[in-house]
Design a protein around this ligand. Structure first.
Ligand code: SF4
Ligand code: MG
Length: 342
Protein backbone atom coordinates (compact mmCIF):
# COMPACT_ATOMS: atom_id res chain seq x y z
CA UNK A 1 0.00 0.00 0.00
CA UNK A 2 1.01 3.55 -0.72
CA UNK A 3 1.38 5.83 2.28
CA UNK A 4 -1.17 8.60 2.67
CA UNK A 5 1.37 10.93 4.15
CA UNK A 6 5.11 10.83 3.60
CA UNK A 7 7.38 13.01 5.70
CA UNK A 8 10.81 12.96 4.13
CA UNK A 9 13.85 14.32 5.95
CA UNK A 10 12.02 17.26 7.47
CA UNK A 11 13.87 19.74 9.66
CA UNK A 12 12.31 22.78 11.28
CA UNK A 13 14.63 25.41 12.67
CA UNK A 14 13.81 28.59 14.57
CA UNK A 15 16.18 31.48 14.88
CA UNK A 16 16.24 32.53 18.51
CA UNK A 17 18.32 35.08 20.39
CA UNK A 18 20.41 32.21 21.71
CA UNK A 19 21.14 30.87 18.25
CA UNK A 20 19.26 28.67 15.86
CA UNK A 21 17.17 25.96 17.44
CA UNK A 22 16.64 22.80 15.44
CA UNK A 23 13.28 21.72 16.85
CA UNK A 24 12.77 18.97 14.29
CA UNK A 25 15.94 17.36 13.01
CA UNK A 26 15.87 15.27 9.84
CA UNK A 27 12.65 13.37 10.51
CA UNK A 28 11.16 10.86 8.10
CA UNK A 29 7.95 8.97 8.65
CA UNK A 30 5.04 7.51 6.78
CA UNK A 31 1.38 7.24 7.62
CA UNK A 32 -0.58 4.48 5.93
CA UNK A 33 -4.33 4.40 5.20
CA UNK A 34 -6.41 3.51 8.24
CA UNK A 35 -3.59 3.43 10.75
CA UNK A 36 -3.08 5.50 13.86
CA UNK A 37 0.45 6.53 14.66
CA UNK A 38 1.44 7.74 18.11
CA UNK A 39 4.09 10.44 18.29
CA UNK A 40 5.58 10.42 21.77
CA UNK A 41 8.23 12.43 23.54
CA UNK A 42 8.68 14.69 26.50
CA UNK A 43 7.86 18.36 26.37
CA UNK A 44 10.32 20.13 24.07
CA UNK A 45 11.17 17.01 22.07
CA UNK A 46 9.77 18.55 18.89
CA UNK A 47 6.64 16.43 18.52
CA UNK A 48 4.19 19.36 18.41
CA UNK A 49 6.44 21.30 16.04
CA UNK A 50 6.58 18.25 13.78
CA UNK A 51 2.77 17.94 13.85
CA UNK A 52 2.38 21.61 13.02
CA UNK A 53 4.98 21.42 10.26
CA UNK A 54 3.09 18.51 8.70
CA UNK A 55 -0.10 20.55 8.96
CA UNK A 56 1.54 23.54 7.32
CA UNK A 57 0.86 25.62 10.43
CA UNK A 58 4.58 26.19 10.68
CA UNK A 59 6.04 27.22 7.35
CA UNK A 60 9.31 28.68 6.20
CA UNK A 61 9.59 32.44 6.49
CA UNK A 62 10.78 35.06 8.95
CA UNK A 63 12.92 33.33 11.53
CA UNK A 64 11.70 29.83 10.59
CA UNK A 65 13.40 27.43 8.20
CA UNK A 66 11.73 24.24 7.01
CA UNK A 67 13.53 21.74 4.82
CA UNK A 68 12.63 18.33 3.47
CA UNK A 69 9.28 17.43 2.03
CA UNK A 70 5.78 16.48 3.13
CA UNK A 71 3.80 14.57 0.55
CA UNK A 72 0.12 13.82 0.77
CA UNK A 73 -1.09 11.09 -1.61
CA UNK A 74 2.09 11.55 -3.59
CA UNK A 75 1.73 15.32 -3.97
CA UNK A 76 4.42 17.57 -2.58
CA UNK A 77 2.65 19.97 -0.25
CA UNK A 78 5.20 22.76 -0.57
CA UNK A 79 4.90 22.68 -4.35
CA UNK A 80 1.16 23.34 -4.16
CA UNK A 81 -0.18 26.87 -4.33
CA UNK A 82 -1.35 28.50 -1.11
CA UNK A 83 -5.02 28.02 -2.00
CA UNK A 84 -4.59 24.37 -2.83
CA UNK A 85 -2.65 23.87 0.42
CA UNK A 86 -5.40 25.44 2.46
CA UNK A 87 -7.97 23.29 0.73
CA UNK A 88 -6.02 20.16 1.64
CA UNK A 89 -5.30 21.21 5.19
CA UNK A 90 -8.83 22.18 5.98
CA UNK A 91 -10.52 19.29 4.27
CA UNK A 92 -8.31 16.22 3.82
CA UNK A 93 -5.96 16.73 6.77
CA UNK A 94 -7.50 18.12 9.91
CA UNK A 95 -5.90 19.13 13.17
CA UNK A 96 -7.88 18.29 16.29
CA UNK A 97 -6.92 20.90 18.82
CA UNK A 98 -7.53 19.61 22.26
CA UNK A 99 -7.37 23.07 23.72
CA UNK A 100 -10.80 24.24 22.62
CA UNK A 101 -10.17 27.85 23.58
CA UNK A 102 -7.47 28.17 20.96
CA UNK A 103 -9.54 26.53 18.26
CA UNK A 104 -12.89 28.28 18.76
CA UNK A 105 -13.74 31.88 18.07
CA UNK A 106 -15.48 33.22 21.20
CA UNK A 107 -17.47 35.77 19.17
CA UNK A 108 -19.06 33.39 16.70
CA UNK A 109 -21.92 31.02 17.24
CA UNK A 110 -21.06 27.31 17.24
CA UNK A 111 -23.22 26.80 14.15
CA UNK A 112 -21.42 29.49 12.17
CA UNK A 113 -18.02 28.02 13.04
CA UNK A 114 -19.16 24.57 12.00
CA UNK A 115 -20.86 25.55 8.75
CA UNK A 116 -18.17 27.91 7.41
CA UNK A 117 -15.67 25.16 6.48
CA UNK A 118 -18.49 23.01 5.08
CA UNK A 119 -19.57 25.81 2.79
CA UNK A 120 -16.01 26.71 1.81
CA UNK A 121 -14.58 23.22 1.29
CA UNK A 122 -17.59 21.16 0.31
CA UNK A 123 -19.53 24.01 -1.35
CA UNK A 124 -22.67 23.12 0.55
CA UNK A 125 -25.67 25.45 0.59
CA UNK A 126 -26.77 27.11 3.81
CA UNK A 127 -29.49 24.64 4.78
CA UNK A 128 -27.45 21.63 3.80
CA UNK A 129 -24.43 22.82 5.77
CA UNK A 130 -26.59 23.43 8.81
CA UNK A 131 -28.06 19.96 8.56
CA UNK A 132 -24.64 18.37 8.30
CA UNK A 133 -23.25 20.45 11.19
CA UNK A 134 -26.14 19.44 13.41
CA UNK A 135 -25.56 15.80 12.49
CA UNK A 136 -21.90 16.19 13.43
CA UNK A 137 -22.82 17.54 16.86
CA UNK A 138 -25.06 14.53 17.33
CA UNK A 139 -22.22 12.25 16.26
CA UNK A 140 -19.89 13.68 18.90
CA UNK A 141 -22.70 13.10 21.41
CA UNK A 142 -23.62 16.66 22.24
CA UNK A 143 -27.11 16.82 23.72
CA UNK A 144 -29.70 19.05 22.02
CA UNK A 145 -27.55 19.68 18.94
CA UNK A 146 -29.86 22.12 17.15
CA UNK A 147 -30.05 24.37 20.20
CA UNK A 148 -26.22 24.29 20.55
CA UNK A 149 -25.83 25.54 17.00
CA UNK A 150 -27.10 28.97 18.07
CA UNK A 151 -24.99 29.21 21.22
CA UNK A 152 -21.59 30.81 21.75
CA UNK A 153 -18.62 28.76 22.98
CA UNK A 154 -18.75 30.27 26.47
CA UNK A 155 -22.28 28.97 26.90
CA UNK A 156 -21.03 25.38 26.64
CA UNK A 157 -19.18 23.29 29.21
CA UNK A 158 -15.46 22.57 28.69
CA UNK A 159 -16.16 18.99 27.66
CA UNK A 160 -18.79 20.10 25.17
CA UNK A 161 -16.45 22.67 23.67
CA UNK A 162 -13.90 19.94 23.07
CA UNK A 163 -16.56 17.90 21.31
CA UNK A 164 -17.39 20.89 19.11
CA UNK A 165 -13.72 21.12 18.14
CA UNK A 166 -13.74 17.46 17.13
CA UNK A 167 -16.96 17.99 15.17
CA UNK A 168 -15.29 20.90 13.36
CA UNK A 169 -12.23 18.84 12.50
CA UNK A 170 -14.23 15.88 11.25
CA UNK A 171 -17.01 17.77 9.49
CA UNK A 172 -15.39 17.64 6.05
CA UNK A 173 -14.53 13.92 6.29
CA UNK A 174 -10.75 14.29 6.40
CA UNK A 175 -8.51 11.40 5.39
CA UNK A 176 -6.04 12.20 8.15
CA UNK A 177 -6.46 13.77 11.57
CA UNK A 178 -3.63 15.04 13.72
CA UNK A 179 -4.45 15.38 17.42
CA UNK A 180 -2.05 17.13 19.78
CA UNK A 181 -2.70 16.85 23.47
CA UNK A 182 -2.95 20.08 25.40
CA UNK A 183 0.08 20.86 27.56
CA UNK A 184 -2.15 21.63 30.50
CA UNK A 185 -4.84 19.00 30.67
CA UNK A 186 -7.72 20.42 32.62
CA UNK A 187 -9.25 17.13 33.54
CA UNK A 188 -7.59 13.82 32.75
CA UNK A 189 -10.88 11.93 32.69
CA UNK A 190 -12.50 14.32 30.22
CA UNK A 191 -9.37 14.15 28.10
CA UNK A 192 -9.48 10.35 28.01
CA UNK A 193 -13.14 10.40 27.06
CA UNK A 194 -12.43 12.82 24.21
CA UNK A 195 -9.61 10.60 22.92
CA UNK A 196 -11.89 7.56 23.14
CA UNK A 197 -14.53 9.39 21.15
CA UNK A 198 -12.00 10.42 18.54
CA UNK A 199 -10.83 6.80 18.38
CA UNK A 200 -14.24 5.37 17.73
CA UNK A 201 -15.10 8.01 15.12
CA UNK A 202 -11.79 7.35 13.42
CA UNK A 203 -12.32 3.61 13.40
CA UNK A 204 -15.86 3.94 12.04
CA UNK A 205 -14.70 5.97 9.08
CA UNK A 206 -11.35 4.25 8.44
CA UNK A 207 -9.55 7.56 8.87
CA UNK A 208 -5.82 7.59 9.52
CA UNK A 209 -4.46 9.60 12.41
CA UNK A 210 -1.47 10.89 14.29
CA UNK A 211 -1.84 11.14 18.05
CA UNK A 212 0.73 13.35 19.75
CA UNK A 213 1.33 12.85 23.46
CA UNK A 214 4.03 13.07 26.10
CA UNK A 215 2.57 9.96 27.68
CA UNK A 216 3.22 6.49 26.28
CA UNK A 217 0.36 5.24 28.41
CA UNK A 218 -2.07 7.46 26.49
CA UNK A 219 -1.04 6.15 23.07
CA UNK A 220 -0.72 2.52 24.27
CA UNK A 221 -4.27 1.40 23.70
CA UNK A 222 -5.07 3.86 20.95
CA UNK A 223 -2.46 3.45 18.23
CA UNK A 224 -1.19 0.83 15.81
CA UNK A 225 2.34 2.17 15.70
CA UNK A 226 4.45 4.50 17.80
CA UNK A 227 7.29 6.83 16.88
CA UNK A 228 9.34 8.08 19.84
CA UNK A 229 10.99 11.49 19.57
CA UNK A 230 13.98 12.78 21.46
CA UNK A 231 15.71 16.13 20.90
CA UNK A 232 14.05 16.67 17.54
CA UNK A 233 14.70 13.21 16.16
CA UNK A 234 12.71 10.01 15.89
CA UNK A 235 14.75 7.49 17.83
CA UNK A 236 12.48 4.45 17.68
CA UNK A 237 9.50 3.34 15.60
CA UNK A 238 7.63 0.08 16.07
CA UNK A 239 4.18 -1.47 16.14
CA UNK A 240 2.68 -0.39 19.48
CA UNK A 241 2.47 -3.84 21.06
CA UNK A 242 6.01 -4.64 20.08
CA UNK A 243 7.32 -1.34 21.37
CA UNK A 244 5.71 -2.00 24.74
CA UNK A 245 6.87 -5.59 24.84
CA UNK A 246 10.43 -5.09 23.68
CA UNK A 247 11.65 -1.51 23.45
CA UNK A 248 15.06 -1.33 21.82
CA UNK A 249 16.07 2.25 22.61
CA UNK A 250 17.12 3.01 26.20
CA UNK A 251 15.02 6.20 26.16
CA UNK A 252 11.89 4.26 25.21
CA UNK A 253 12.67 1.78 27.96
CA UNK A 254 12.90 4.63 30.45
CA UNK A 255 9.65 6.18 29.20
CA UNK A 256 7.90 2.84 29.60
CA UNK A 257 9.21 2.50 33.12
CA UNK A 258 7.55 5.85 33.88
CA UNK A 259 4.12 4.74 32.62
CA UNK A 260 2.01 4.23 35.73
CA UNK A 261 0.60 0.75 35.99
CA UNK A 262 -2.63 -0.09 37.67
CA UNK A 263 -1.13 -2.57 40.09
CA UNK A 264 1.56 -0.12 41.17
CA UNK A 265 1.42 1.81 44.37
CA UNK A 266 2.56 5.42 44.20
CA UNK A 267 5.81 4.39 45.85
CA UNK A 268 6.94 1.75 43.39
CA UNK A 269 5.92 3.84 40.39
CA UNK A 270 7.82 6.36 38.29
CA UNK A 271 11.36 5.39 37.79
CA UNK A 272 11.93 8.82 36.34
CA UNK A 273 14.67 9.73 33.94
CA UNK A 274 17.23 12.04 35.47
CA UNK A 275 18.28 15.17 33.66
CA UNK A 276 16.63 17.04 30.83
CA UNK A 277 16.75 17.50 27.10
CA UNK A 278 20.00 18.91 25.75
CA UNK A 279 20.28 22.55 24.69
CA UNK A 280 19.04 22.30 21.13
CA UNK A 281 20.71 25.51 20.05
CA UNK A 282 24.09 23.79 20.50
CA UNK A 283 25.42 21.18 18.10
CA UNK A 284 25.35 17.65 19.51
CA UNK A 285 28.31 15.51 18.53
CA UNK A 286 27.05 12.08 19.50
CA UNK A 287 23.81 10.58 20.78
CA UNK A 288 21.60 13.33 22.25
CA UNK A 289 20.47 10.94 24.98
CA UNK A 290 23.97 9.91 26.04
CA UNK A 291 24.23 12.20 29.12
CA UNK A 292 21.10 10.52 30.55
CA UNK A 293 21.63 7.00 29.25
CA UNK A 294 22.67 4.30 31.67
CA UNK A 295 24.11 2.21 28.86
CA UNK A 296 26.21 4.98 27.29
CA UNK A 297 29.74 4.14 26.18
CA UNK A 298 32.42 6.38 24.68
CA UNK A 299 31.19 5.71 21.13
CA UNK A 300 27.83 7.25 22.07
CA UNK A 301 29.45 10.60 22.81
CA UNK A 302 31.51 10.58 19.63
CA UNK A 303 29.15 9.37 16.91
CA UNK A 304 25.53 10.14 16.10
CA UNK A 305 23.60 6.85 16.03
CA UNK A 306 21.75 6.50 12.75
CA UNK A 307 18.40 4.81 12.45
CA UNK A 308 18.41 1.24 11.21
CA UNK A 309 15.68 2.28 8.83
CA UNK A 310 16.40 1.12 5.32
CA UNK A 311 15.43 3.43 2.50
CA UNK A 312 12.53 1.37 1.18
CA UNK A 313 11.05 -1.12 3.57
CA UNK A 314 8.41 -3.28 1.91
CA UNK A 315 6.04 -3.42 4.84
CA UNK A 316 6.77 -0.37 6.89
CA UNK A 317 3.90 -0.82 9.32
CA UNK A 318 5.55 -3.87 10.88
CA UNK A 319 9.15 -2.66 10.86
CA UNK A 320 10.99 -1.86 14.07
CA UNK A 321 13.56 0.92 13.70
CA UNK A 322 15.94 2.20 16.32
CA UNK A 323 18.66 4.86 16.35
CA UNK A 324 21.10 3.58 18.99
CA UNK A 325 24.62 2.16 18.92
CA UNK A 326 23.73 -0.47 21.50
CA UNK A 327 20.03 -1.29 21.11
CA UNK A 328 18.49 -3.42 23.82
CA UNK A 329 17.93 -7.04 23.02
CA UNK A 330 14.63 -8.66 23.84
CA UNK A 331 14.22 -9.70 27.45
CA UNK A 332 16.21 -6.86 29.00
CA UNK A 333 14.19 -5.43 31.82
CA UNK A 334 10.98 -5.51 29.81
CA UNK A 335 8.33 -3.48 31.60
CA UNK A 336 4.56 -3.37 31.59
CA UNK A 337 2.15 -5.46 29.65
CA UNK A 338 0.37 -2.82 27.52
CA UNK A 339 -3.00 -4.19 28.61
CA UNK A 340 -2.27 -3.07 32.15
CA UNK A 341 -1.68 0.59 31.28
CA UNK A 342 -3.98 3.62 31.03
FE1 SF4 B 1 22.40 5.12 25.04
FE2 SF4 B 1 24.47 5.00 23.38
FE3 SF4 B 1 22.13 4.11 22.58
FE4 SF4 B 1 22.52 6.72 22.89
S1 SF4 B 1 23.51 5.39 21.41
S2 SF4 B 1 20.78 5.56 23.59
S3 SF4 B 1 23.86 6.72 24.66
S4 SF4 B 1 23.36 3.28 24.25
MG1 MG C 1 3.26 20.14 22.72
Amino acid sequence: TEPLLTVDRVSTTFRTDRGSLRAVDDVSLRLFPGETLGLVGESGSGKSVLGQTIMGLIAAGGSTTVSGSVRFLGRDMQALGRREQQRLWGKDIAMVFQDPMSALNPFKRVGTQLTEPLRAHLKLGKAEARQRATDMLRKVRIPEPSRRMDQYPHELSGGMRQRVVIAMALACDPKVTIADEPTTALDVTVQARILDLLDSLRRDSGMAGILISHDLGVVGGRTDRVAVMYAGRIIETAPTRELFRSPRHPYTEALLAAVPRIQDTPHTRLESIDGGLPDMTKPISGCAFAPRCRYAKQKCFDNVPLSTESAHQADDTRAHHVACHFPLGSGTGVPADPGATT
